[in-house]
Design a protein around this ligand. Structure first.
Ligand code: F6P
Length: 364
């Protein structure tokens, strides 16, 4: 009987529940009895390129408690990378080497846990495998705190990031209300505002600014002037855009900020509010803490579900798919429908209309 092995890797930014999905894959694959050895690629796909693999089966055999510990261990157990494979039509050298490694380690499946860029890599590898007639199966497991992967209602890590951002804004109110200050809290999310939107509503922010809705500073300052509150909390995504400059490219907008010695759009927002209203404005940035801490129960469940569902997809020979959550069910979504697409917050989303009815300002 020929040896049949598989490799699993993690990539992109971590989430609080990142290792629950790894545990799900290891458990699912081990219980399937389909593979002799599960290898872990250290630091994403670069682990295979640098021949840096660890034998997870050896580590786990006889130690079921290791999996329990792994599920709630923050920080990516296998390390990570932010390496995007070139398209094989432009440069196939990495692909040739990767598939040589698959052959050398008798690999029949490669599981990649990651965000948008990783799903793009999974699709490219799947297409390349088909092109060369390789039987190696490439499977994507969606992970990002940004919750911006197309084709799934939620990605694990999102709920835990919303928890951290919400608690940050809850806590900042102590100082804001004591001193009558305006606090701008910068929430993670360069391209999409899901974490900002949900945490802003959860904490009862007065103003919520997301990249998908370019803001008019005049609308914001007039909201502030009319407010009878002593203090205000503004939830602002990293990637917010001022309406006046929304037609510019990101690079041009960054150039404008650096000409004013400003490090971020949030800094410019705070400065513009201070200038227009003469109120005391402070900035709080929870930053990368939003990707850490103890995962919420919901994230642990989604993470385990997508991890084990992925293993089942392999057992049932469902290839070229991503395990996704749609209307509370774990389903298979073809990678072709997912890769390269961003799930942005629709400006007319019901939750935004409801928030506006609650009196929250979105700067538009
Ligand atoms: O993609 C997840 C994310 O946390 C974004 O929300 C954030 O802007 C980015 O990663 C930060 O990337 P890095 O870890 O490279 O600073």
């Amino acid at each position: 009987m020929s040896v049949r092995n598989c490799i699993v890797a993690q990539s992109g930014g971590p989430t609080a529940a990142i290792n629950a999905s790894l545990a799900g894959v290891i458990k699912g694959v081990s219980e399937s009895g389909m593979y002799d050895t599960v290898y872990g690629s250290l630091n994403g796909i670069t682990g295979i390129l640098n021949q840096n693999l660890m034998n997870l089966s050896e580590l786990m055999d006889g130690h079921p408690e290791y999996l329990d510990r792994l599920k709630v261990t923050p920080a990516m157990y296998l390390g990570s990378c932010r390496y995007k494979l070139p398209h094989y039509l432009d440069d196939d050298s990495s692909y040739v080497f990767l598939f040589k490694q698959f052959e050398q380690y008798h690999v029949e499946a490669f599981f990649y846990i990651g965000g948008n860029d990783s799903m793009d890599t999974v699709l490219k590898l799947s297409e390349y495998a088909k092109r060369i007639g390789s039987s190696v199966r490439i499977i994507g497991i969606p992970k990002t705190i940004d919750n911006d992967i197309w084709g799934t209602d939620v990605t694990f890590g999102f709920d835990s990031a919303v928890k951290v951002a919400t608690e940050t804004m809850d806590n900042i109110k102590t100082t804001a209300s004591s001193h009558g200050r305006i606090f701008v809290v910068e929430v993670m999310g360069h391209k999409t505002g899901w974490v900002t939107l949900y945490s802003g509503i959860a904490t009862g922010a007065d103003i919520i600014l997301i990249p998908e809705i370019p803001y008019d500073i005049k609308k914001i300052t007039s909201y502030i002037e009319k407010s009878d509150k002593k203090y205000l909390v503004i939830a602002a995504a990293e990637g917010i855009v001022e309406k006046e400059f929304s037609s510019l490219k990101n690079k041009e907008r960054r150039q404008l900020l650096s000409e004013k010695n400003l490090k971020s759009q949030v800094e410019k927002l705070a400065l513009d509010i201070r200038t227009a209203t003469d109120k005391e404005v402070r900035i709080t940035i929870p930053g990368h803490t939003q990707r850490g801490g103890s995962p919420t129960a919901r994230d642990r469940i989604v993470s385990m579900q997508t991890g084990t569902a992925t293993a089942l997809n392999i057992i049932n020979k469902n290839y070229g798919v991503m395990a996704a959550v749609i209307n509370g069910k774990i389903v298979k979504v073809p990678l072709k429908e997912v890769a390269g697409k961003l799930k942005v917050v629709p400006a007319d989303a019901e939750i935004i209309l409801q928030a506006k009815e609650m009196g929250i300002c979105f700067g538009d």
